[in-house]
Design a protein around this ligand. Structure first.
Ligand code: THU
Length: 151
């Protein structure tokens, strides 16, 4: 899968950074923004939405994907994730639950871009494929091969 055109990547980061501002994260205070580019060329944003019952938190990546899916999209070309993560240390990466959800809908070679937007612009940009993050997903095909489904 080819690398995105710089103008589209900028737009993807811009939507992710704008959506990060709507983060509802009073418990962790860790704001995340995401944006997904669809086959039709549209971009859908998402942010993390926490809950007093902590386990109900929805990550930015899943919010973006679910918004796109709810709008009828089924084809995904790229995903950007932005963190406001000043300072030293490695930039965050998508959590395991989001990787599994991505694997349901997105091609293994789909590029995932992460960036630190704490300065106001995307920095420390990392590009990896979904299959680099998540090489052995549990896939829908496994269910088709499951004999219990035929009973
Ligand atoms: N979070 C995301 O939204 N995406 C990630 O990639 C990592 C974690 C959120 C969940 C929670 O609201 C906060 O970050 C701290 O875990």
């Amino acid at each position: 899968m080819p690398t995105l055109k710089p103008t589209i990547l900028n737009e993807l980061f811009a939507v992710a950074a704008r959506t990060l501002k709507n983060s509802y994260s009073p418990y962790s205070k860790f704001k995340v923004g995401a944006a997904v580019l669809t086959g039709s060329g549209k971009i859908y944003g998402g942010t993390n939405i926490e809950n007093a019952s902590f386990g109900l938190t929805n990550c930015a990546e899943r919010t973006a994907l679910f918004s796109a899916i709810a709008a009828g999209e089924r084809e995904f070309k790229a995903l950007a994730i932005v963190f406001s993560q000043k300072g030293l240390g490695d930039l965050s990466t998508p959590c395991g639950a989001c990787r599994q959800v991505m694997a349901e809908f997105c091609p293994p070679a789909m590029p995932i871009y992460t960036a630190d937007v704490s300065s106001g612009k995307p920095e420390r940009i990392v590009q990896k494929k979904l299959k680099d993050y998540y090489p052995y997903p549990f896939s829908p095909e496994a269910l088709q091969k499951n004999p219990r489904r035929t009973k």
